[in-house]
Design a protein around this ligand. Structure first.
Ligand code: SF4
Length: 206
């Protein structure tokens, strides 16, 4: 299995789909290589393409605020996207581009082995639950292959629709609650296994 640094180098040099032609930088993702919590967005935008880093524009600043609201910094988690190269004019990635890039995401998940994955928006949600609507299943944890999947609106949604800001903040608070859940007894089928840090609002997984 490839480690994260090997994957980063492969992604930076990748030409497996047409998106490579228009990129300035591929954006592999960044964060704690052993993060318990992983965020997966849609694809890089203008600022991300320029810097080669995920979520560094206005949506990224909102994501940083949201992380801080539950006691985390971006260094505590791992952040990446479904496609690692910017779609032209920030259009939605095509299904063929998502499927071409999917093996990188699969390998990143296998290397990091997060306990909770947060798909941000409908494209990321579709990797696990393609028939579901993000508006219906957001902030509802479900287990998939032993990992808790906790879908949320993409932070950029709040930039286009200000009314969603409070919704996203409330959903993030639920994520914080999930992370503070005490571990369930072994074998009871509960969806998460994140130990609470006694006497602290911070979680023990960090
Ligand atoms: S989007 Fe993914 S598959 Fe396409 S060129 Fe970039 S890294 Fe390769």
């Amino acid at each position: 299995m490839a480690d994260l640094e090997t994957l980063r180098q492969r992604i930076r040099a990748c030409a497996e789909c047409a998106l490579h032609a228009g990129r300035e930088n591929a954006v592999p993702g960044e964060g704690d290589p052993q993060a318990a919590l992983m965020f997966i967005g849609e694809g890089p935008g203008f600022n991300e393409d320029r810097q080669g880093r995920p979520f560094v524009g206005p949506a990224g600043q909102f994501l940083d605020e949201l992380l801080r609201s539950i006691g985390l910094e971006r260094e505590d988690v791992f952040i990446t996207n479904m496609v690692k190269c910017r779609p032209p004019n920030n259009r939605d990635p095509f299904p063929g581009e998502i499927s071409a890039c999917a093996h990188y995401l699969d390998d990143q998940i296998a290397a990091i082995r997060p306990k909770v994955i947060v798909p941000l928006g409908r494209h990321a949600l579709a990797r696990w639950f393609p028939r579901d609507s993000i508006s219906k299943v957001r902030a509802r944890p479900r287990v998939f292959d032993g990992v808790t999947i906790f879908p949320l609106y993409h932070p950029a949604a709040a930039l286009h629709n200000g009314a969603l800001r409070a919704v996203i903040e409330a959903d993030f608070a639920k994520l914080g609650e999930l992370l503070r859940q005490p571990p369930p007894p072994p074998g009871d089928g509960a969806p998460w296994a994140l130990a609470a840090d006694e006497g602290s609002q911070q979680t023990s997984m960090f």
